[in-house]
Design a binder for this molecule. Structure first.
Ligand code: GDD
Length: 405
């Protein structure tokens, strides 16, 4: 029996995702037309003997209530949101709900960060984990040496795949193999987390004996119930024949900024070709727009047949796309209206926004640059014949002259 746990974090974690995270918790932001968290959930569905999926976070329960009940019915597998009263860290959060997780008597726990985009090769990873026979297996990927320091860098034995050394976001280069934020553990992970708590308590007691030191440590140490999976568990257990690695050669991205979400949308749309081709627009039929490459259009959206859409376009519920509109590499959120002959390129258009006739909303399309894509927050109105380039526009603004050029 396998239980999957997806760490969704909470509102304070999504600040880099503004202004889009002002409206919706980041894990529910749509990529390729489906909430971000939906993609790892679908991947978990492919694990044999999966009995339950938990989302653990510190968002309000009501924010996830609708989604988890709909997805439980759709997938016919119980998906439940568990709310922490405050952040406990990636391992502390898991530990807080150990009783719920152990109720299912799992042999394995699959643990996923919500903010990663991947093909999540979970069944193969589980098989590898069983062969290794360790406490945990970490999904890893090779990245460029320049980008590795944004992640946990690790060294593994090339023959046995044992995790030999782990450093979280190191200042000097350690390795171009990084932690993907996808793990498989045996229930012994709870004992490992428990021993960090015990160590913390002992250290705190020692400090209490010396009030000067206590003052110093109060500013340095973490709360006793805050445990990070990477620094507090992976680093100390590396090289002890307890942790192993499974390397993916498939796609993987970390979704920290809206710019990257556009790239992740493209990756998931491309994946639909293999796993859910019915979700891709075909452009067949006289009433269909011209479709180029991978495009998702929600069934309730209305797209004029003379519009030209794609590649990498996702159009959400109730959007209206007028005659002669051209859309390239963009995410169009719910209830957006794009009027005749407007162009949107490398942009995210927020809920209920409108773009006037002959207007252009665009950017260069460098997903890593701060202004590499243009983002309109909720209910932004771009009037007719206005050009918006490389801009982030806060909610409820009206743009009546061209900007960002
Ligand atoms: N429920 C809950 N409670 N979730 C949390 C908490 C918490 O207190 N703290 C973090 N998370 C969730 C985040 O939402 C995210 O999904 C995951 O745990 C990891 O977040 P961080 O601990 O902030 O780490 P990070 O995202 O900067 O880096 C981690 O992931 C990278 C891969 O994306 C590290 O493990 C890196 O080593 C790794 O490369």
């Amino acid at each position: 029996r396998v239980v999957a746990v997806i760490m969704v974090g909470g509102p304070t974690k999504g600040t880099r995702f503004r202004p889009l995270s002002l409206n919706v918790p980041k894990p529910l932001f749509p990529l390729a037309g489906q909430p971000m968290v939906h993609h790892p959930i679908l991947a978990c569905r492919r694990i044999p003997n999966l009995v339950q999926i938990y989302l653990i976070g510190f968002y309000e329960e009501r924010e996830f209530a609708l989604y988890v009940s709909a997805i439980s019915i759709e997938l016919r597998i119980p998906v439940r949101y568990l709310r922490e009263d405050k952040p406990h860290g990636s391992a502390g959060g898991l530990y807080s709900f150990r009783d719920y997780i152990m109720e299912e008597d799992p042999s394995h726990i699959v643990l996923l960060n919500c903010d990663v985009c991947s093909s999540f090769p979970l069944p193969d990873m589980l098989e590898a984990h069983k062969r290794y026979g360790g406490l945990g297996t970490v999904l890893v990927i090779k990245v460029s040496a320049e980008s590795a320091n944004q992640f946990g860098e690790l060294v593994a034995d090339p023959v046995t795949n044992e995790l030999l050394h782990y450093t979280e976001k190191p200042e000097t280069f350690v390795s171009d193999r990084i932690n993907c934020g996808v793990y498989i553990f045996t229930p012994d992970i709870f004992t490992a987390i428990q021993s960090v708590f015990t160590l913390r308590k002992e250290t705190a007691n020692l400090h209490r004996m010396n009030s000067f030191e206590a003052l110093q440590s109060a500013t340095k140490t973490l709360p006793a119930d805050y445990v990070r999976l990477d620094q507090d568990i992976l680093s100390p257990l590396a090289g002890k024949k307890k942790l192993y690695t499974y390397e993916t050669l498939d796609f993987w991205e970390q979704i920290k900024t809206p710019g990257i979400s556009l790239r992740c949308s493209a990756l998931y749309l491309a994946q639909y070709r293999c796993i859910s081709p019915h979700l891709l627009a075909t452009g067949n039929g006289s009433k269909s727009p011209t479709i180029i490459g991978d495009v998702y259009i929600h069934p309730s959206a209305k797209v004029h047949p003379s519009a030209k859409i794609g590649p990498n376009v996702s159009i959400s519920a109730n959007a209206r796309i007028g005659a002669g509109v051209r859309l390239i590499s963009c995410i169009i959120l719910d209830d957006v209206e794009i009027k005749e002959n407007a162009v949107v390129m490398h942009a995210i258009i927020g809920w209920k926004s409108s773009i006037g006739r002959w207007s252009r909303v665009q950017a260069e399309g460098d997903y890593n640059a701060k202004l590499g894509i243009t983002i309109l927050g909720e209910a932004v109105a771009v009037e007719d014949e206005v050009v918006v380039v490389n801009s982030i526009v806060l909610p409820n603004k009206t743009l009546n002259d061209s900007r960002g050029i």
